[in-house]
Ligand binder design. Structure first.
Ligand code: SF4
Ligand code: SF4
Length: 107
């Protein structure tokens, strides 16, 4: 199963809803809801070529770093989920994307 299921189909790293970046950085250090997070690795296809050759491993992206330490699934800036969902179809900027698998820690 792909590690990143991504609806941002206009990202250069996206091929049929799967992310093929070498490594993805999810950002949003003090996020309280999913919309406060974003994919910092987003590249708009309007400005970048198709970049779906993951040169670090054979298949789709399996390197996921995340600075959202307010998320239940974050451990030492890595995500412990097997798969995450990223949303933001037709995003123009990386801030219009979001990790919708975000779950706030219980306070
Ligand atoms: S928006 Fe992020 S997760 Fe989605 S394909 Fe692009 S780099 Fe990968
Ligand atoms: S689920 Fe949480 S820890 Fe995993 S990438 Fe998304 S925001 Fe980061």
């Amino acid at each position: 199963m792909a590690k990143i299921d991504c609806q941002v189909t206009n990202c250069s790293h996206n091929k049929t809803g799967v992310c093929y970046a070498n490594c993805v950085d999810i950002a949003g250090s003090s996020a309280r809801r999913d919309l406060d997070t974003c994919c910092g690795s987003f590249l708009n296809k309007l400005h970048y070529a198709t970049l779906t050759d993951n040169v670090l491993s054979a298949g789709s992206c399996d390197c996921l770093k995340c600075t959202v330490e307010t998320c239940t699934y974050n451990q030492n800036r890595l995500c412990t989920l097997e798969t995450i969902q990223v949303a933001g179809d037709h995003a123009e900027y990386h801030t219009q994307t979001a990790c919708v698998s975000f779950r706030p820690q219980d306070r």
